[in-house]
Ligand binder design. Sequence first.
Ligand SMILES: [Fe+2]
Length: 335
Amino acid sequence: MKRAVLLVLSSMLCTGLALADAKLGVRCGAGERCGKEVARFGVITDIHHTNKPDSASRKYSAALPKTEHFVATMNRMRADFVVELGDLVDLLSGGKDPVQNLMEVENLFTSFNGPTYHVLGNHEFDNVKRADLLSYLENTGIPAGRTYYSFDHNGIHCIVLDADYTVAEPHRPFDLQDPANPFWTWKDAFVPQEELDWLAADLAAADRPTVVFAHQLFHRDAAEDHTVKNAPAVRRLLEQDGQVLAVFSGHDHRGEIAYVNGIQYIVLEGNVGISRDWPTVSPTNGLDPVKDGQFAYVEIRELNAPAFNGRKAYQVVVTGSGQQYSYQDEIQIAP
Ligand SMILES: [Fe+2]
């Protein structure tokens, strides 16, 4: 396996492009190679709604207004759908009903004027039993209880993965646990064989460019803390398919971009904080829902470029809000 080429966040990445100023997404004139749009969607990650006190690097108290700003922006942009990449909630400090805490942010997220989808993060299991959690989360058109699934929108196929399983056999799914006797930690992340088999079949059946959503990371060395411990097995399936454009993740709030064997791995910055003390990053101290509300508006376009070596070219354009970086690149996949 060739190693990841990590792209430093350089001058090609503009931080904090204002989604409010209408300078959005792809801009090109008639006849240029921008081609046709095949999808547009919103992605947000690591909202961490809780009644816990704020810290210097995590502003829990701004979770609801930031979620509201995300939904309002995606409604204005007429996004096809929105995805939340996990850690919707965080451990409560006591005195608050866990279901009320969950539904406060869930009701805001699902107020988007279109389909909404969730990826499970590790913190989802901090306060509520698994069975209850899965009954409360709304994934449009997906049967309740499914934690990995797929759907099509316009010109793309979307796959949501669930890596919230213990590394130790028998790879137990995460659940509410006794803090005195835990069976998983935030460093546990694994995709069990049954899910790998489903992924292989789903990829084989899909007939269009594919985008993958997950909480944990796949592109780094598997021993790294934020990375799925059997990531190479997942990457192998994605690479063999030949139609995967990009993988979006959260979990490591610092964000990152990597390119591995023809696939973009886009790690979004945490909405609650970007793992740096807010006073050093923003004069609004991480509390302003517009200036510090991290999320991305994504457009995918099929380029007018002639096929190169029989491969079609697509453009993935990520426009960041708040401190979230912006980025765009061209990816070639099998037709
Ligand atoms: Fe998180």
